[in-house]
Ligand binder design. Structure first.
Ligand code: SAM
Ligand code: SF4
Length: 348
């Protein structure tokens, strides 16, 4: 273990509150831009990954996370790229797990699950209770076309291992017109049958991915209408601190399918008012908004002579520049400019 065994935290510094009086308590931390899949909506087949020297070291990620916790961040989601392809990932998970109950309330992860079978037990042992797994189809051929890798068996094995390790699994599914739209009810029934929640996500215009994104954009309003022919969707009070609206799914016999359905609709429904989050890329760029370009270079801060002070100053700047709302849009001809960076850079 490279990190000292820290058992106490420095006194809490001033909390992060942005110019619109939104308290910021949730950090999404991308630990790598690399991935073992190539989901067609996320990145091109010939993705150019960042030089390793540009990516934060394990110590930098760890110290930066502690700096965020000292400023009142209580929830950290580790993401990527694929977090579990980073070689030293479990060291970071274990070290941050030690901060649970000591400033940090929740540590979570978003993964494609290809390597989850190997790591699920360690993840649970580190104190992670919930993970999000991205899964857009249960059809092996379709998975291979969409993710450009034949990895569905490993993914399902990973999900089973997570369940066996006692992790609460939430499935995230990007709704894609002409690709998985007909399969969405089956995916929901499967997830609920496994006692997993499932959230549907609208595809967002992030980065060049070789395909006309508008071709596959599927507004969730239409999906919801179709689902309501089959089930009764009752709005739920459930909240996870994220932008999803939740529904309880009740079948025609009155029996619930057993789980919740979340809908994340960044394009058709603005969720910015209650935003409590910031994101940091694997190179230490803090993005104040997933859908904007307002950023602060925290790598420079972490590599400066006084990282602690520079990080605090960077966070103060972030609070001043966080925009009121995102600027995503896909117009009818799909002509709105996509943000240049991929989701694998900012983390989902
Ligand atoms: N590799 C991990 C995974 O797939 O779960 C973590 C990173 S991935 C970038 C996080 C989430 O972003 C995934 O659920 C993925 O489906 C979603 N995502 C990627 N590109 C997207 C896009 N353009 N629009 C909407 N969601 C996207
Ligand atoms: Fe990789 Fe996740 Fe992007 Fe798919 S969505 S290519 S698994 S980073």
């Amino acid at each position: 273990m490279i990190f000292p065994d820290m058992t106490s935290t420095a006194p809490l510094k001033s909390q992060l509150v942005d110019q619109f009086a939104r308290g910021i308590s949730y950090l999404r931390l991308s630990v790598t831009d690399r991935c073992d899949l190539r989901c067609a909506y996320c990145m091109p087949e010939k993705m150019t990954f960042l030089p390793r020297k540009d990516v934060l070291s394990l110590e930098e990620l760890h110290d930066m996370a502690l700096g965020f916790i000292a400023r009142g961040i209580t929830k950290i989601r580790l993401t990527g790229g694929e977090p579990l392809v980073r070689r030293d990932m479990m060291e970071l998970v274990t070290a941050l797990g030690r901060k649970l109950g000591d400033g940090l309330e929740e540590l979570t992860m978003t993964t494609n699950a290809t390597r989850l079978a190997e790591f699920a037990e360690g993840i649970a042992a580190a104190g992670i209770r919930r993970i999000n797994v991205s899964l857009d189809t249960l059809d092996r051929e379709k998975f291979t076309r969409l993710a450009r890798r034949d990895s569905l068996p490993q993914v399902l094995e990973g999900i089973a291992a997570a369940k066996a390790a006692g992790l609460a699994v939430k499935i995230n599914t990007v709704a894609l017109k002409g690709i998985n739209e007909d399969e969405i009810p089956d995916l929901i029934a499967w997830a609920h049958g496994q006692h997993f929640d499932i959230t549907l996500i609208e595809v967002m215009p992030l980065g060049d991915v070789e395909e006309d994104r508008f071709d596959h954009y599927l507004p969730l309003g239409a999906v919801q209408e179709r689902l309501e022919n089959q089930w009764t969707l009752t709005p739920s009070d459930h909240r996870t601190g994220g932008p999803a609206r939740y529904f309880n799914v009740v079948g025609s016999t009155g029996r619930e399918t057993g789980g919740r359905l979340g809908l994340i609709t960044p394009l058709t429904n603005n969720f910015c008012e209650g935003c409590n989050r910031i994101r940091v890329t694997a190179t230490g760029q803090l993005f104040a908004c997933l859908g904007g370009n307002e950023q602060v270079d925290l790598r420079a801060a972490m590599r400066s002579d006084d990282p602690e002070k520079a990080l605090d100053e960077g966070l103060d700047i972030a609070m001043k520049i966080k925009p009121a709302r995102h600027h995503f849009a896909i117009d009818e001809r799909g002509q709105s400019p996509a943000l240049a960076r991929h989701m694998s850079m900012t983390g989902g």
